[in-house]
Design a protein around this ligand. Structure first.
Ligand SMILES: [Zn+2]
Length: 342
């Protein structure tokens, strides 16, 4: 009887207890595997969260901006896209090609986000101002409409709105960071490096690039005629010790040029000035200039309009006329960049 009981016990062990233990162990492994899986998911989620936190550039974060109005001194809170309608319509002629205006919309959006994220202290509580010499030009819808022919108002405004909306959230990045998207009116055929305009370091994504067709615009050629006395007076306002003896040969002489062919330094009698400084003093449209002395006058012949850094707006329009798309235009003026949707 004892024997039978022993065999029964062995039988139960073989067919019930051991399989039960094994099954339990298997489940435990599965649980562990599942835990590992969920741990990995959590870890990845954490990494992604961290990435989102460090990359900071969630477009929805920039839904509203604080715009400083230079004329009134007021700060206006305004939705980003609405701000861009005003900026794009103030910065680029509405009769430019659609792809050029779309490029301007992406550039202006990028420039704005750069100001907000990297240049916070520039305007105190405001993010950006409406002066084109300082940040970007901006004009209200009402003001803009008044300046257009009545029968063109709706069509023009819709063109601007469409350029901003159809590129919504698109920004230019370099190595995942938003770029400082400089732009100007007319490069005179070749764009300029940052260091030649503002000194300091260059940006890897701002190179000197050529564009054809910029000579077809009014901004390409300009002239400033100034008398010898006027010239001395103007320079004296900032450099009181200047002495120019017009009887001396080469009393005014261009000393060197930048990589893009703009005047780097120029001698006026006993002082040397940077081309950028002369541009400011004499109100020249760019630093790409030459001069000749005729009788009592000095004639400065200037090519291009603006500092020459980044996207040339007339260059963008020329490219658009040739069939280039907005992203291609942007990648021409900014080297090795990406256009991302935020
Ligand atoms: Zn400003």
């Amino acid at each position: 009887m004892k024997k039978i009981f022993r065999y029964l016990l062995i039988f139960i062990c073989i067919f019930f207890v051991i399989p039960a233990i094994c099954t339990k162990s298997k489940s435990a492994i599965e649980v562990n595997q599942n835990n590992q899986y969920y741990e990995n998911v959590e870890q990845n989620k954490a990494i992604n969260d961290q990435k989102n936190e460090t990359s900071k550039y969630n477009y929805t974060r920039f839904g509203k901006i604080n715009l400083f109005h230079n004329k009134t001194g007021e700060i206006e809170e305004i939705p980003m896209d609405e701000y861009l309608y005003g900026t794009v319509s103030a910065e680029m002629p509405v009769n430019y090609e659609e792809e050029a205006i779309k490029a301007q919309a992406i550039v202006s959006r990028t420039y704005t986000i750069y100001q907000i994220s990297k240049n916070k202290d520039k305007h105190g509580k405001a993010d950006i101002c409406d002066d084109f010499n300082c940040c970007q030009a901006w004009i209200s819808r009402d003001e803009r409409m008044k300046r257009w022919d009545e029968n063109k108002r709706e069509e023009n405004w819709n063109k601007i709105v469409n350029a901003v909306n159809s590129t919504a959230g698109k920004v230019i990045t370099y190595n995942g960071e938003v770029i400082n998207a400089f732009f100007h009116s007319n490069s005179g055929g070749k764009t300029e490096l940052v260091s030649n305009v503002w000194g300091g370091r260059n940006y890897p994504y701002i190179q000197s690039v050529e564009t054809s067709g910029e000579n077809e615009y009014d901004q390409f050629n300009s002239e400033v005629v100034i008398s010898k006395n006027e010239l001395i007076e103007k320079i004296k306002e900032k450099y009181p010790d200047v002495l120019i003896d017009f009887n001396v040969k080469d009393c005014i002489k261009i000393l060197d040029y930048t990589e893009s062919g703009r005047v780097k330094n120029i001698k006026f009698g006993n002082i040397n000035l940077a081309g950028t400084e002369v541009r400011k003093i004499l109100g020249l449209k760019s630093t790409n200039f030459n001069f000749k002395i005729e009788g009592e006058n000095i004639i400065f012949s200037v090519i291009g309009y603006g500092h020459g850094v980044g996207m040339s707006q007339t260059g963008a329009n020329s490219m658009a006329k040739e069939g280039y798309l907005c992203e291609e235009i942007i990648k021409h003026f900014y080297a090795n960049v990406q256009i991302e949707s935020w």
